[in-house]
Design a binder for this molecule. Structure first.
Ligand SMILES: [Zn+2]
Length: 422
């Protein structure tokens, strides 16, 4: 299977190179200034056949696996504006190991109304299907070309009805994923609207007062990671010991990712099942986690602190939670503008910085409403109320907020304590 991974990666990277080369090379411009197109999927398949004939290593591999890599590339290329991943890029050994297998079984295809699907000549169209044998309640097996039957652990009660599946090798573990798009989860009859405020201290505060936390590594596990990293750092360069220690640290780190993913899946399913409409505050996580490093000429300040905060933000799985909720409840997820959601009083609508006493405490200076700061923010999100972009000039109930630019309504900023950094 590692050989399949190598072939798939090699073919993918060739495709990347072809497209990158065609984009840059001036020689590929026609006299009228238009660009010659990079080879499409069909042309690449012909080229692959030629390459397999000339290259013994590639020829020894499975043609379907290699062709599916090209198909994956074509799909990634077409979806570069919508997938969120952008232009397909290089795959690296040990990091992006995986390949797609197309099912060997042929089954008749049907139209959506149940009538058999016919081609132009009036013949039945046959589709591909994966053959899965269930061995017992826990285990099933699937046929992988060149490897025979491969067993895998069942994580669902029903067997998937898939045309293809993908095998990946991550963190020393083999994974199998069947390409099936499940039906969206139906909305509950109550039509409840829920707002979610995402934060670092509380991963997701819900407007009904629940506080959900994404599991992270325990202190002991973090200490173990540091231990292995320390041992690796002290081991002689290029030694087996060094590699082994780094591998141990990597395995522990993978645990955190697995936990986060698991939590996001479970939480998003819960949200899709119990809530009619889910509102998130709109966060630009990419901008929020931008490095503070700066340039050589203008180095940034508090780079280490910002890096730590970025790590904490990314460890919460904010983006994944929203994305998976959207997948499971399409059309029932909304984004609410984030500014001032944490400073607005959810009871009277007053926006003032002083209302937020600390990270956790919210006491409205106008009406005296007291609440957990994150719950207050999520209530604002639930009603779709970010706030006005600047403090209001007119007095509401309970006094005038100074209308000086941004001075009054800002998120609480950290106050420097202890030894000054500069
Ligand atoms: Zn209030």
């Amino acid at each position: 299977m590692l050989e399949h991974c190598a072939h798939a990666r090699y073919v993918w990277n060739l495709a990347v190179e072809q497209h990158a080369h065609r984009r840059k090379d001036k020689a590929h411009y026609r006299p009228d200034g238009r660009q010659y197109g990079a080879p499409g999927f069909a042309e690449q398949c012909h080229q692959l056949t030629e390459a397999r004939r000339e290259n013994a290593w590639l020829g020894a591999g499975n043609a379907d696996v290699q062709q599916q890599a090209l198909k994956d590339f074509a799909k990634a290329k077409n979806a570069k504006f919508t997938s969120g991943f952008g232009e397909p890029t290089w795959r690296r050994k040990y990091r992006h190991e995986g390949f797609r297998v197309i099912g060997t079984d042929r089954v008749p295809e049907f139209e959506s109304d149940g009538s058999p699907k016919l081609n132009a000549k009036g013949k039945q169209v046959m589709g591909r299907s994966v053959v899965i044998h269930k061995l017992n309640r826990r285990w099933a097996q699937v046929k992988v070309p060149g490897c025979g039957w491969v067993r895998f652990r069942l994580t669902r009660t029903e067997l998937p009805d898939a045309k293809t599946f993908r095998i990946t090798f991550r963190n020393n573990q083999w994974h199998i994923a069947f390409a099936v798009i499940p039906d969206p989860i139906a909305a509950p009859a109550t039509g409840e609207v829920i707002g979610i405020d995402r934060g670092v201290t509380i991963t997701a505060a819900l407007s009904d007062g629940r506080k959900l936390n994404c599991p992270q590594l325990t202190t002991k596990e973090r200490a173990r990671i540091r231990k292995h990293q320390r041992r690796a750092a002290r081991a002689p360069k290029g030694s087996e010991h060094k590699t082994a220690e780094y591998a141990k640290a990597a395995r522990l780190k993978a645990r955190e990712t697995n936990r986060r993913k698991d939590w996001c899946e479970k939480t998003s399913t819960m949200l899709a099942r119990t809530c009619g409409l889910v509102r998130f505050e709109k966060l630009n996580i990419k901008n929020m986690t931008a490095s503070a490093k700066g340039t050589v000429e203008q180095p940034g300040r508090q780079v280490r602190q910002k890096a730590g905060l970025n790590r904490a933000i990314l460890a919460q799985g904010w983006g994944l939670l929203r994305q998976r909720t959207e997948h499971k409840a399409p059309g029932r997820v909304e984004d609410v503008p984030a500014p001032y959601t944490s400073l607005r009083c959810s009871a009277c609508g007053w926006i003032e910085k002083n209302s937020r006493k600390s990270q956790a405490e919210f006491v409205c200076v106008s009406c005296g409403f007291t609440c957990n700061a994150d719950t207050n923010a999520s209530r604002n999100v639930a009603v779709g109320q970010g706030g006005i972009p600047r403090p209001r000039r007119q007095a509401g109930t309970g006094g005038v907020t100074a209308a000086t630019g941004r001075s009054s309504a800002r998120e609480p900023q950290p106050t420097p304590v202890g030894i000054p950094l500069v």
